[in-house]
Design a protein. Structure first.
Length: 325
């Protein structure tokens, strides 16, 4: 090879490692751990899940009533708390006094978290940021301050924007649902007036979330919602999630068949985790025949994973479950 030819080849050889690095697949697994009411089961009030990024960032989604307060030993380190909307079964008006309190069909939610909420108490204890949209951030800032936390840990992210926290991207997406703040969370005279008149305080529209993890996995968290056009145009076509967490509870959210339509025709993820079924969905870890959960599983064209409490599932960057499913 002549010297001029060699001089042309050397730069190309130097670029090969960079090209290989650019094409290398994202590494690591996202771990998803449901924190439900009964270990190994999918029960009536189960909403809460912890998502752990490969870099160690841990996100608690809709703590609700099954996380046994800020002292729940299952929590560990929490960096971010997500709250889809202000209803007590998601924000956490009351909760289990301890993990596995009560039973799947008769959960013990006797521990009150009012007026702070379970979500706020957990955020104060762990130092986590509460990331929400709509008019919720100002409410959470005030609550954090009142509970002895840092009001700056209430972080706003509205539709079309994205916050990056510890290497994980988070945005809100529209959800068709109500989102009033009950008087019990407000407290004092205004709270009493709200309860007496049967109305709630304004908190803006309810939301879902899209979360982008460092291994390339994008997850759609539906929140409580009906069928919306945004599920196709915004979530499915723009964010293109590989994994969805879909509420299937009927009446309050999409029912099992409607939820399957969202998954099959609108969002089109590679896999889905059922949520918010409002029923005793399993016995001994097996889905009960005739339940909404079974109906959803049969109607979905993609794999459906049942969120059995305390059982960790792992997902790669393409939405494939590699363990625990």
């Amino acid at each position: 090879m002549t010297i001029p030819s060699l001089l042309r080849v050397i730069p190309l050889l130097c670029m090969l490692p960079l090209a290989a690095q650019a094409q290398a697949p994202a590494q690591g697994l996202v771990k998803v751990t449901p924190l439900g009411g009964q270990q190994g089961e999918f029960c009536r009030f189960d909403r809460a899940m912890i998502f752990e990024d490969p870099n160690g960032t841990r996100i608690l989604y809709d703590a609700g009533r099954t996380v046994a307060g800020a002292e729940d030993p299952r929590l560990g380190k929490i960096d971010v708390v997500l709250v889809s909307h202000m209803h007590g079964d998601h924000l956490g008006d009351r909760h289990n006094p301890a993990p596995n309190a009560g039973s799947c069909d008769k959960p013990d939610i006797s521990a009150s978290a009012l007026p702070n909420s379970n979500s706020v108490n957990i955020a104060v204890k762990t130092g986590a940021k509460i990331v929400t949209g709509s008019e919720m951030p100002s409410f959470f800032a005030a609550k954090l301050k009142q509970a002895g936390g840092d009001e700056k840990n209430s972080v706003l992210v509205r539709f079309g924007a994205m916050q990056t926290i510890n290497g994980v991207g988070i945005t809100t997406v529209p959800a068709a649902h109500s989102n009033g703040i009950a008087g019990d969370f407000v407290g004092q005279r205004l709270g009493d007036m709200l309860k007496e008149t049967g109305i709630t305080a304004y908190a803006g529209p309810a939301t879902g979330y899209v979360v982008k993890f460092s291994n390339g996995l994008t997850v759609y968290l539906s929140g409580d919602t009906g069928i919306t056009g945004e599920q196709k145009e915004v979530v499915g076509e723009y964010y293109k999630p590989q994994l969805a967490v879909m509420n299937i509870g009927d009446t309050f959210t999409t029912g099992p068949r409607e939820a399957a339509y969202v998954v099959n025709e609108l969002v089109e993820p590679k896999a889905v985790i059922a949520s918010h079924a409002n029923e005793v969905a399993t016995q001994n870890g097996k889905v009960i025949a005739g339940t909404k959960t079974e109906q959803f599983m049969k109607a979905s064209k993609v794999p459906v994973y049942v969120p059995l409490s305390d059982k960790t599932m792992s997902f790669d960057g393409k939405g494939r479950c590699t363990a625990g499913c």
